[in-house]
Design a protein around this ligand. Structure first.
Ligand code: HEM
Length: 470
């Protein structure tokens, strides 16, 4: 049988649909063609989109020699560098993953609790009171700062300020359509792509300095830091070899590119979902009342349910991709080499068979539920599942749990927040515009017994630019 059915529009129309109105387009195609269906996009090839747990499982547990994610991510090379784990396949991918994974495991996250809470409180103090603003920009500042300090291990100072400036210049988002156009069409004099390449080179130079300085400090007998770079410097593969400077450099940029905008977007969605459902936001505030220690925030069950449901209903990335290296059979179809099999996160997360009332935001659905990795996979799956999952979910809980009890806030434009594409992510329109009505005295939050009502209803004491008192 040939490839599964799909839309007959010219490839360029499908590319524009997929980049400009991805969710509505995926929904339309699923309705018309069922599961799986095929999209065709010029320069990118054919994509077989799959949503049912059985098909998703077939892809995530398929033969790694045939299904390559690195090849499917080739467009990212100018961003992340050729040594990036995102671009590797086979043995070199497994080696890099083994080196990168231990510092990112869930049990290590507590080391970052106070740091994330501190960064969040400082950013909260910069949010205005009484005027509408985009929450997303503040979430980006938080997640960038967390990466600079927890992953790169930098301390506030001139060095960190200059690296932050270089990174922000590099991360300036190109027009969304650029994420779908092969580099050969973008690389011409004065193109935004050339500007990007120069900025990326400046970041690489600065990161090499950071790596060399940290290596020298460790060699001089300095205590190894708890940041991820310090741990990676000590990591050894099965042959006892350390990561090279090129590898470290590309992996640091990879963590930044893969972890900064994604986590900021997931946080913006979490606020959007909660503020669309004020009763649920109040409930969460009640559950957070009296939780003083940052590390304890991550243990608040309802916070965990809210994070999981946000990532289900509003996944940051709509699909992940594996490119076939040889012909294979999938779902009864003969798939030739060079086709991308794509577990579609958006469609899988909206299947009524897996998720009753899929369009509703219902954190309770996760209470006591065992996660099915082929029905809920906002972080992808199989041997390519996101290395930063534990880190991102921990950070989301800490940021939400730190902000919510300290401010009374609402959506600037009540109603459902719609999704827009920002290169490869799907973000809330206008970055979740909110209004903070007042800040809440921290002393009152901590001291208020739950029976007296939700603490966020207390009058605020601070204003824009005033850090909450400690
Ligand atoms: C809410 C935040 C995040 C989301 C939604 C997310 C999502 C994803 C997805 C969908 C993939 C592809 C998985 C696949 O192909 O099956 C991925 C891969 C990856 N992510 Fe994340 N991510 C997030 C945060 C992070 C963070 C914080 C880091 C690191 C600091 C990170 C590092 C990576 C890396 C290194 C990979 C490549 C794994 C591989 O190819 O083996 N991510 N992520």
């Amino acid at each position: 049988m040939p490839l599964p059915p799909g839309p007959r529009e010219p490839g360029i129309v499908q590319l524009v649909q997929f980049s400009q109105r991805p969710l509505a387009w995926l929904d339309d195609c699923a309705r018309k063609f069922g599961d799986p269906f095929t999209l065709r996009m010029p320069g990118l090839g054919e994509f077989v989109m799959a949503a049912s747990p059985a098909l998703v499982k077939e892809i995530f547990t398929g033969d790694d020699d045939v299904l390559h994610a690195g090849k499917a991510n080739a467009l990212l090379e100018p961003f992340v560098g050729k040594h990036s784990v995102l671009l590797l396949d086979g043995a070199s991918h497994l080696r890099q993953r083994r080196l990168l994974s231990p510092p990112m495991r869930g049990e290590r996250m507590q080391a970052y609790a106070s740091l994330i809470a501190e960064i969040t409180r400082a950013e909260l103090a910069r949010m205005p009171v009484g005027t509408p603003f985009s929450l997303h920009e503040h979430m980006q500042s938080i997640t960038l700062e967390v990466i600079l300090r927890a992953v790169f291990g930098l301390e506030e100072g001139a060095h960190m300020r200059s690296l932050r400036t270089l990174l922000l210049a590099m991360l300036e988002p190109p027009p969304a359509i650029m994420a779908f156009i092969p580099v050969r069409y973008l690389d011409f004099p004065l193109s935004p792509f050339r500007t990007f390449v120069k900025r990326r080179a400046a970041v690489t130079r600065a990161l090499r300095e950071v790596i060399r300085a940290r290596r020298a400090a460790q060699a001089a007998g300095g205590a190894p830091g708890t940041d991820i770079l310090s741990l990676l410097l000590g990591a050894r593969d099965e042959d006892g070899a350390a990561m090279t400077e090129d590898e470290l450099c590309d992996e640091l940029v990879t963590m930044l590119v893969a972890g900064h905008e994604t986590t900021a977007t997931a946080l913006s969605w979490a606020f959007a979902c909660l503020l669309e459902h004020r009763a649920l936001a109040d409930r969460l505030r009640d559950e957070l009342a009296g939780v003083d220690d940052p590390a304890a925030l991550a243990g608040v069950e309802y916070l965990d349910l809210v994070v999981k449901e946000t990532l289900r209903l509003r996944p940051v990335i709509p699909d992940v991709v594996r490119k076939t290296q040889r012909p294979m059979t999938f779902a009864g179809f003969d798939i030739p080499a060079g086709v991308s099999l794509a577990p579609c996160i958006h469609l899988a997360h909206r299947r009524p068979e897996s998720w009753p009332e899929p369009e509703r935001f219902l954190p309770e659905r996760f209470r006591g539920a065992k996660l099915d990795p082929y029905a809920w996979f906002p972080f992808g799956g199989g041997i390519r599942r996101c290395i930063g999952q534990a880190f991102a979910m921990y950070e989301m809980k800490l940021v939400l749990g730190t902000i919510l009890p300290r401010v009374e806030l609402r959506l600037a434009n009540p109603g459902t927040v719609s999704a827009v594409r920002r290169t490869i992510t799907l973000a809330p329109k206008h970055g979740t515009r909110v209004i903070i009505d007042r800040r809440v005295d921290e002393g009152l939050v901590r001291g208020t017994p739950r029976a007296t009502g939700s603490p966020h209803a207390r009058p605020g004491t601070g204003g824009a630019g005033h850090p909450p008192s400690r």
